[in-house]
Design a protein around this ligand. Structure first.
Ligand code: MOS
Length: 727
């Protein structure tokens, strides 16, 4: 099967049968298991550590703390590190859950038993805790971010005089929209196995970017990158929390160096809530000014997100307002609230995801105020070019996405008044979807053998999105072979360097490199066959001229040339593609919800998501990504929140038991994922863009808009739990 065919996931069976080996499955001789002891206070210092009882535990080999952990060779500042301090380098406690000791033992059980017996004394300071998510308070304490590398855009953006335009506007809506912190809950917790041989380090890690881990650890030890090999064959979900280097990766490598033995750390679910990233709480003040037909004249968007004491993580929710609608003025501002909390990080559908919660809720409020259909309001403000820069779009079929989505949903024919069905009130809502387009340089190598099999080698990683399935499809298309003949080797820094598995970027970056490598193989084979490379096509295991009735079998060409294989290379460099164009993916999501006002229940009944995301390589895996995104969006809308206890200065939940996330029973079968026909030849030669995160955007607002339609209640604080709906 090749591009455009709905090939099922080729890694499906090894994953569900347990044959796929994750980092936590790996063992090497002489390996020690490591377990973290984490701080029980949110702020202060460690005054003493008594290791005696822990060391007396059978099997415990060593207890490392800030006293005896070797120091990093560099001051960590910014990415690829997730934050700029490394635990166990000094006695300071910067948040509850920070690692303060690492227990190394012959077995996991011994390490866990030892960890319970490490006795730590603290000197507690009064922590800075998050204030209530209310606007005037947050506005007063919010800080303008310092450039620590954890944000990538200007914290302030202005076009025209938005405040004046807002003042003059015939119609204004204004609201404050909040969403709580939410944790990533990948099925596989983060894990790392570090092994030294002399001054060479091999690290097996559950990561979204093997090269980030390689570079960061090389810097940490003051060695060159080629002394560090990072391997990640399977990563069991990530959602952003495995994109940077977190403490366990650095500390496992430091510990392995210290004790001269390989060290493996598999984080507990509690650890995931203790010192890994999460999407921070975000509060957004949004105002729209429009004429009496709803044409926007001003958008102001003021965002404050929670961050740690050490670094400014900024959730650029204002990107939504910057990119989605034409408006002659805008004022956008990003600030942070600092507290003794773990460092936040990007989480699936960051940036525009949170931004659309505010913007698309406010747009609905504007539509209601004006008595305009919400879809017509979007169309009236359609941005033909980038609203912030004026640059043309690389491609945009949002108008088609609106129209086709509306048709599939029956939006235009929906009942205008909410409908009653027994105890349920049925409401409808819609929102636009939007996601940034991130592209990273990538390389790939492709080896075609005389028997018509091939192997692609590229140092990307598979986090469960369909990567392993679609890259062989891309090569199969060029080589005229069944994609089952094409294997893919990935997840290793010894392979040609490829981009990270985040930012919905893999298809464009790695996919384009694979495409180029396959084309290179075809050209080389054509030359061996004395065919003009530009005119050669491959099909059915043969190479020939386009339009010719038959071609030469691959084996014959290679035999004749005395070769057993042909190796091609390919690269994608974003700087070479689409300069001067703005790139985004777009969509529209239409939902039907049911509300039981007496019990406060909210149910999702049906969804149509209609997307403009470039060429779709594999409709099945792409649909799965968008479907997963919609479900993710439902979680954001109705369920997910990581409650923070201000008296304890910590996230309350330390495991999944207290965390509501969507399960099958929450999700109706009636979800339609639709892609408009589109090819974006500017974003990448592959014609596609990103699909991993787009589906998660817009959903929360569409749901809240449907809730308003059903009940007349405008919910501006996520998640929409029963207490907010009960009569
Ligand atoms: Mo995603 S937050 O780009 O892993």
């Amino acid at each position: 099967m090749s591009i455009g065919e709905p090939l099922p996931r080729i890694d499906g069976s090894i994953k569900v049968t347990g044959a796929a080996r994750y980092t936590a499955d790996l063992r090497v001789p002489n390996m020690l298991h490591a377990v973290f002891v984490t701080a029980i206070i949110p702020a202060g210092r460690v005054t003493s550590v008594d290791k005696r009882e822990a060391l007396a535990e059978p099997g415990v080999v060593r207890v490392l703390t800030h006293d005896d952990m070797p120091r990093s060779k560099v001051a960590i500042a910014g990415p690829p590190f997730a934050h700029s301090f490394l635990p166990l380098q000094d006695d300071e406690v910067r948040h509850e859950g920070q690692p303060v000791a690492l227990v190394l033992a012959e077995t996991l059980e011994a390490a866990e038993a030892g960890a319970k017996k490490v006795s730590i004394r603290y000197e507690a300071r009064t922590p800075k805790t998050p204030v209530a998510p209310l606007w005037p308070e947050l506005d007063r304490i919010a800080l303008t971010p310092k450039n620590t590398g954890y944000f990538f855009l200007e914290p302030e953006f202005a076009k025209g005089d938005a405040n004046e335009e807002l003042r003059l506007a015939k119609t204004r809506v204004e609201g404050v929209y909040s969403q709580p912190s939410r944790h990533h809950n990948p099925m596989e917790p983060s894990a790392v196995l570090a092994q030294w041989e002399g001054d060479a380090l091999t690290v097996y890690a559950s990561t979204q970017h093997v090269y980030a881990v390689q570079r960061g650890l090389a810097a940490l030890f003051g060695i060159s990158s080629d002394r560090v090999r990072v391997i990640s064959k399977h990563t069991g979900g990530a959602f952003g929390v495995k994109g940077l280097i977190w403490p366990q990766e650095a500390l496992a490598a430091l510990a392995a160096k210290t004790v001269g033995r390989p060290v493996r750390v598999v984080l507990s679910r509690a650890n995931m809530y203790s010192f890994l990233g999460y999407q921070p709480r975000i509060v957004q003040k949004m105002a729209l000014g429009a004429d009496d037909r709803g044409v926007l004249a001003a958008v102001t968007h003021d965002v404050v997100n929670l961050t740690s004491m050490t670094d400014d993580f900024i959730e650029f929710a204002t990107e939504a307002s910057k990119s989605l609608y034409a408006t002659r003025s805008m004022y956008l501002r990003q600030r942070a609230e600092r507290a003794h909390v773990p460092m936040p990080t990007a989480m699936r559908a960051p940036v525009e995801g949170p931004g659309l919660w505010a913007l698309e809720s406010a747009m609905d409020e504007l539509a209601v105020d004006l008595g305009v259909d919400p879809l017509d309001l979007r169309l009236a403000n359609y941005a033909e070019s980038d609203p912030a820069t004026g640059a043309p779009w690389s491609s945009k079929k949002l108008r088609e996405a609106y129209e086709e989505g509306a048709r599939l949903f029956g939006w235009r024919d929906r009942p205008r008044a909410p409908r009653r069905e027994g105890d349920w009130i049925i409401g409808h809502g819609m929102a636009s979807c939007l996601m940034g387009t991130f592209r990273f340089p990538s390389r790939a190598q492709l080896t075609l053998r005389r028997d018509g099999t091939a192997v692609i080698a590229t140092g990307t990683q598979d986090i469960g999105t369909g990567t392993l399935t679609i890259f062989p499809q891309i090569a199969a298309d060029v080589l005229g072979l069944p994609s089952g003949n094409i294997a893919l080797e990935l997840g290793d820094t010894n392979l040609p360097e490829a981009g990270p598995a985040y930012g919905s970027s893999s298809t464009m970056g790695v996919g384009a490199a694979v495409l180029a490598a396959a084309q290179d193989v075809r050209s080389k084979l054509a030359r061996l066959a004395n065919l003009a490379p530009k005119e050669a096509v491959m099909t059915g295991g043969r190479i020939g001229l386009a339009g010719a009735a038959y071609g030469l079998p691959i084996a014959d060409v290679m035999d004749h040339a005395g070769e057993t294989e042909v190796i091609g290379t390919g690269a994608f460099d974003p700087a070479q593609h689409g300069a001067g164009y703005s790139m985004r993916t777009f969509g529209a999501v239409f939902v039907e919800v049911g509300v039981d006002p007496e019990l406060g229940l909210l149910r999702l009944r049906r969804v149509v998501g209609s997307y403009s995301a470039g060429r779709i390589i594999n409709p099945r895996t792409a649909r799965a990504q968008l479907l997963g995104g919609i479900i993710w969006g439902w979680g954001m809308a109705a369920m997910e929140q990581s409650a923070f206890d201000v008296s304890l200065g910590r996230f309350l939940a330390k495991n999944l038991a207290g965390v509501a996330i969507p399960v099958n029973a929450d999700i109706p079968p009636d979800i339609t994922v639709h892609f408009v026909a589109e090819t974006d030849d500017k974003a990448s030669p592959i014609g596609g863009k990103g699909v991993g995160e787009l589906g998660a955007t817009g959903v929360a607002a569409a749901v809240a808009n449907a809730v308003f339609h059903a009940t007349g209640k405008r919910i501006r604080d996520l998640p929409i739990t029963p207490d907010k709906l009960v009569v």
